[in-house]
Ligand binder design. Structure first.
Ligand code: NAP
Length: 237
């Protein structure tokens, strides 16, 4: 089984890669900008399971040209992708009146456009899978009716866009053997969370969330398509 995970260098993405490695029976394509962190992860996974195959793709997925190159280089070696986990994300915690155009672009490019571009570029590989599952990692902030926070307007809006993209693509590709679902995460203790909320402690670890995401990505497409699933112990944390 071929699985591509974006944002695999740290946090939840790294933990998802480690979870798949512990489980075995898969080849992992790991994407993030930091090559040396990906190499560290590759070394760790080899120790934990020598049979777990990993291929590293250092790439800034907020650059559409680089996403095209990334897809091309995967296609040169592989014929299919079974699971695509769009996990990479960016968060700038700033109020509406203070945020800059570049910061807005960073969040929309990383959280919305990058997954959309990656899905488009990888369609030939997704179509070749027996039944591919695209899992988009959203946020509770992007769920209609959830509690909202000052400073997270643009982050939440970018994640809401990703949620709606999930619903729309599920419809567009429902007869092509590709399912799309979005997990709207609540707070998980990672670097991103600690930077955004230095005073707070999240009730869920990256390890536990990763186990859930792995099991969801392996099986949920048999039961649901185009769904946005809120994952929080309370609203919003
Ligand atoms: N932690 C939470 O409480 C929480 C709650 C709701 C939703 N989420 C979502 O869960 C996902 C993972 O979050 P996390 O908490 O694990 O964050 P994190 O610790 O900050 O990790 C983010 C990952 O995304 C990668 N990334 C960021 N920009 C990238 C780019 N332009 N190109 C390629 N990779 C990029 C980073 O790698 P490099 O720096 O090496 O590129 C890193 O591996 C995100 O989508 C986040 O929005 C998290």
């Amino acid at each position: 089984m071929n699985i591509l995970i974006t944002g695999a260098s740290k946090g939840i993405g790294k933990a998802i890669a480690q979870a798949f490695c512990r489980r075995g029976g898969c080849k992992l394509f790991l994407v993030s900008r930091d090559k040396s962190l990906l190499e560290d992860l590759q070394a760790q996974t080899k120790l934990s399971n020598p049979n777990c195959e990993t291929a590293l793709f250092p790439c800034d997925i907020s650059e559409p040209v680089l996403v095209t190159e990334l897809a091309k280089s995967i296609m040169q070696k592989e014929s299919k992708i079974d699971i695509l986990i769009n996990n990479a994300g960016a968060l700038v915690n700033k109020k509406h009146e203070d945020i800059s155009e570049d910061e807005i672009d960073l969040m929309f490019n990383t959280n919305f456009k990058a997954p959309a571009n990656l899905i488009r570029e990888l369609l030939p590989l997704l179509r070749n899978a027996d039944h591919a599952h695209v899992v988009n990692i959203g946020s509770m902030g992007g769920v209609q009716g959830s509690s909202k926070y000052p400073g997270l307007a643009y982050y939440s809006a970018s994640k809401a866009a990703l949620s709606v993209l999930t619903e729309c693509l599920a419809e567009e590709y429902k007869n092509q053997g590709i399912s799309f679902n979005c997990l709207a995460l609540g707070a998980v203790q990672t670097e991103m969370f600690a930077q955004a909320f230095p005073e707070a402690k999240a009730p869920v670890t990256a390890y536990d969330m990763a186990e859930f995401i792995m099991n969801f990505s392996l099986t949920a497409h048999k039961f649901m398509n185009g769904k946005i699933i809120p994952l929080s112990l309370s609203d919003p944390k």
